[in-house]
Design a protein around this ligand. Structure first.
Ligand SMILES: [Zn+2]
Length: 250
């Protein structure tokens, strides 16, 4: 099983984290092979097996995992005792200070974000594609750290895994106009007569605007769409699986 880890998050010993790839699971085409999503019409027993393999690899209890019914919103859910593997809350970010409770964000081109505050011992995950970035979901996550868990923003570290790059994210005039109305023109790149969106640039700017320290932000330069043999990519493949970002306090 091929996974990636964050240099920033690897500095902490009481933390488990990973960004998965397509590699190491049992799902068949077009979900081959480590698809972690149940909603994409993959065989659910294969998806369960993939979760079991990942749990074994990273040493956690699969049934303690909290994932999300992601809806491209800016909703944050504080993990509570009702959350478990079979009942994912409807939201696009999760936050907790509970140990042995892995949080998972699933993606195929959207950005998977992992957050950690080593002082208050709080973790979070977030799902941010174009919609999440336009709604500034990262601001809500940072606010939850400070308001709900008394974090100091200077202690929050963020790692963003592979997502679609501006190389592949061509958008139409409707999206261009929406970006313009939100003062996000800086994230639009014009090539020939087309516009390309740089979601990572928006996320970084929003994190800095939320007073996250620049040295605490790490963004993968891997484009999921260019690298669709390694990552699931909705733009490249349409019907496909999901890879994930995962974080857990030990
Ligand atoms: Zn690309």
């Amino acid at each position: 099983m091929k996974i990636y880890q964050s240099k920033l998050l690897n500095n902490f010993t009481n933390l488990t984290h990973a960004f998965t790839t397509k590699d190491g699971g049992v799902s068949q085409q077009p979900y081959n092979s480590l698809n972690v999503a149940f909603h994409v019409e993959d065989n659910s027993s294969d998806v369960k097996q993939n979760h079991q393999y990942l749990a074994k690899k990273l040493h956690y209890d699969k049934n303690a995992l909290v994932h999300m019914k992601q809806i491209h919103s800016d909703i944050i859910h504080i993990v509570d005792e009702n959350d478990n593997f079979l009942n994912p809350p409807t939201c696009d970010a999760l936050i907790t200070d509970k140990t042995d409770t892995p949080l998972m964000v699933m993606v195929a081109d959207c950005a998977p974000l992992l957050f950690y505050d080593d002082t208050q011992k709080v973790i979070a995950v977030a799902h941010a594609g174009r919609a999440g970035a336009f709604k500034n979901i990262v601001r809500n996550v940072v606010q939850s750290f400070t308001n709900d868990f008394q974090s100091d923003v200077k202690n929050i570290v963020i790692s963003i895994g592979a997502s679609i790059g501006s190389c592949c994210y061509e958008v139409g005039s409707e999206i261009y106009n929406e970006a313009k109305s939100l003062n996000l023109e800086y994230a639009m790149e014009k090539k020939d007569d087309s516009y390309y969106l740089n979601v990572g640039k928006i996320l970084k700017k929003q994190l800095l605007a939320s007073n996250i320290q620049e040295k605490n932000i790490e963004i993968s330069n891997k484009c999921s769409c260019c690298n669709n043999s390694t990552y699931f990519s909705y733009r490249a493949d349409g019907i496909t699986g999901r890879f994930c970002g995962l974080i857990m306090l030990q």
